[in-house]
Design a protein around this ligand. Structure first.
Ligand code: C2E
Ligand code: MG
Ligand code: MG
Length: 605
């Protein structure tokens, strides 16, 4: 509903069976400049308001046929017409009549015979109230910053569109969910004013590009561009339910949104990731269409930003599976039903056990065993990783102390626990870690924390500061999976480290030729120069262990040396207690063996 900007733009409908009244009211309202339209009875009035936008109705109470009250009730019952203000016109003095008019929804009344000044005052004030009302409703449905329709507006549009598409597949539509790369970074680093300018810039480009140039939006099809909040924008293409048209438009939008924005003195780039859902009648609610476009948008983001992705059923299944995992993981953490297994880190020279790496395991009663890489990703995305890591650290430290109590100085030197990138961003990391170490009765130097290069690079400044604090407190630090991330050798100098763990991909390639051996040799030499210990991960074959030893790599970890084992197996495996059936002790911190075959037997299935 659009509001007249002044009374002179307004259209007033007069409903009265007396032609003289029409002439009189016309003359009296002339100075207001309103457009007066006429109806001689109720039926004609209803026909007119359905055909024409009307801002105010002057409605005679006493008419033959449908009387004024009946017409008013019909207006109020019609969703589209119920908000048109009505002034009842009556010759009656009866309070009961006036009361019934208000009860039926009239805003005001005026008595016959008319006084010109009074009629103009009542009409003028009713129109002004109506104008303010429409303005208020309009403002509540617009985004103040960009002037685009907001979420409330879009949801109304979508509700109507979903219903229409259900009734007729021709009335299908496509919905695009847009998210902008680096918006948060721009907001945080350059300030909210610059962030606001960017959002306005984006809105302008969307408006420009979805206007005249788009042939598909002529005719019945319309385009709605809305801002949902933050950097989330939605484009709704009514009448476009085929994927080809939608994708052509998405391509064009991505190109249009790619060039940098000049925001005051800053030149800023922020490409869009677009998720598309096409509806040809299969959706029941606007939320479902939005959700699917959002899922596709996340997929687009994960494929490297600046691209679009069409929602598919496979994506829905993946999301449902993930949701199930998340719920199960939450419950498992609460019930402490995850477990920790321990894998030895062994000297390649004399096979003595140097330390153990703690690794999480989770078997859901319904879903079966879930790999750490899968559930740790979910735990990180939901920040469940924080309580989970704290629990893991507590369990691992307690286990380490059990070995220490049983074996005294012959126990492994340290316990190694993996850190998550989320923990690196947690300001409480140092205190919490030291608190757990202290509670367990350990020295900080008996704890090793493993981080990967990509975890550090994700938030480099904060991560390096956290690592420095941990290392200053005496905690050992290991670079995990070295060679899979940025592999920038120069970075090694910058990170406070004690240990470098060479990723298993390098080890697996060792037998493939001299180049790989040379690479490992270079890494070992560099680590040596930097004073770092080197551990080779994923040692699976006797030949690999031998080559690594030749290349001066001091420590190894892998199935050949020992698989990760449950807590209860560690002491027997170390030869401290009577070994359980099928497990042969292969080495302890003090007893050495170089028989690789024995090591193979020592694997715990
Ligand atoms: P990671 O820290 O690099 O751990 C080594 C992974 O290699 C473990 O996989 C281990 O079971 C596996 N492995 C050991 N020896 C061999 C071998 O000879 N060959 C092969 N192919 N693999 C070997 P897992 O336990 O599946 O863990 C995968 C990753 O999940 C870990 O990689 C680590 O990044 C993460 N993770 C595991 N537990 C935790 C945890 O408690 N906290 C955090 N934040 N991450 C964890
Ligand atoms: Mg690790
Ligand atoms: Mg690793």
């Amino acid at each position: 509903m659009s509001a007249p900007s002044s009374a002179s733009d307004a259209r007033v409908l007069l409903v009265d069976d007396d032609p003289d009244v029409h002439a009189l009211v016309g003359a009296m309202l002339k100075p207001l400049g309103v457009t007066l339209v006429h109806a001689m009875n109720g039926a004609e009035a209803l026909h007119t308001v359905r055909a024409l936008p009307v801002d105010l109705i002057l409605l005679d109470h006493d008419m033959p046929g449908r009387n004024g009250l009946e017409v008013l009730e019909e207006l109020r019952a019609d969703g589209r017409l119920s908000r048109i203000p009505v002034i009842m016109v009556t010759g009656s003095d009866s309070h009961a009549v006036l009361a019934s008019c208000f009860a039926a929804g009239a805003q005001d009344y005026i008595r016959k015979p008319f006084f010109a000044a009074e009629l103009r005052a009542r009409v003028g004030s009713a129109l002004e109230r109506q104008r303010l009302m429409v303005e208020l409703v309009g403002a509540a449905r617009r985004d103040r910053l960009t002037g685009l329709p907001n979420r409330a507006f879009l949801l109304d549009q979508l509700t109507v569109a979903v219903r229409a598409a259900k009734q007729s597949p021709d009335a299908g539509f496509a919905l695009m969910f847009l998210d902008f790369d680096r918006f948060k970074l721009i907001n945080d680093s350059l300030g909210h004013d610059v962030g606001d300018l960017l959002l306005r810039g984006i809105a302008d480009r969307l408006r420009e590009n979805l206007r005249a140039t788009d042939t598909v939006i002529v005719g019945d099809a319309t385009t709605t561009v809305a801002r949902l909040g933050g950097d989330e924008f939605v484009v709704m293409l009514s009448g476009v339910s085929d994927f080809l048209t939608a994708s052509a438009i998405a391509d064009r939008l991505i190109r249009a949104l790619e060039p940098p924005y000049q925001l005051g003195p800053h030149l800023v780039r922020s490409s869009a990731s677009i998720g598309i859902s096409c509806n040809s009648g299969q959706y029941d609610s606007p939320d479902d269409v939005l959700r699917d476009a959002d899922i596709a948008m996340y997929e687009a983001k994960s494929r490297g930003k600046g691209c679009w992705v069409l929602f598919t059923d496979t994506m829905r299944e993946a999301v449902a599976h993930r949701h199930k995992l998340e719920t199960a993981l939450r419950a498992a953490i609460e019930q402490e039903s995850l477990t920790v297994v321990y894998q030895p880190i062994v000297s390649l020279e004399d096979r003595s056990v140097d330390g153990f790496e703690a690794l999480l395991r989770w078997t859901d009663p319904e879903l079966g065993p879930i790999s750490p890489s899968e559930f740790i990703t979910i735990a990180e995305e939901t920040r469940l990783i924080l309580p989970l890591s704290e629990w893991t650290l507590r369990v691992a430290c307690a286990e380490f102390m059990r070995w220490r109590q049983a074996m005294g100085s012959a126990a492994p030197r340290y316990i190694s626990v993996n850190l998550s990138r989320v923990q690196l961003g947690d300001p409480g990391l140092l205190d919490r870690t030291l608190g757990i170490v202290r509670e367990a009765g350990m020295l900080p130097s008996e704890l090793q924390l493993e981080v990967t290069e990509s975890q550090i690079m994700a938030n480099r400044v904060t991560a390096i500061a956290q690592l420095h604090a941990l290392r200053s407190a005496g905690v050992r630090l290991a670079m995990d999976d070295f060679g899979t991330g940025y592999s920038s050798l120069s970075c090694l100098q910058e990170f406070p480290l004690d240990v470098l763990k060479i990723d298993r991909a390098f080890v697996a390639n060792l037998s493939r030729g001299r180049d790989f051996a040379a690479l490992v040799h270079a890494v070992v030499t560099l680590a040596d120069n930097l004073g770092l210990e080197v551990v080779a991960e994923g040692v699976e074959e006797v030949a690999q262990a031998a080559m690594l030893q030749d290349l001066a790599c001091k420590y190894g970890q892998g199935y050949l040396l020992a698989s990760p084992m449950p807590a209860g197996d560690v002491l027997p495996w170390l030869g401290h207690e009577v070994p359980t059936a099928g497990v042969v002790p292969i080495g302890t911190a003090t007893s050495h063996t170089s028989d690789a075959n024995l090591l193979v037997q020592g694997r715990v299935a």
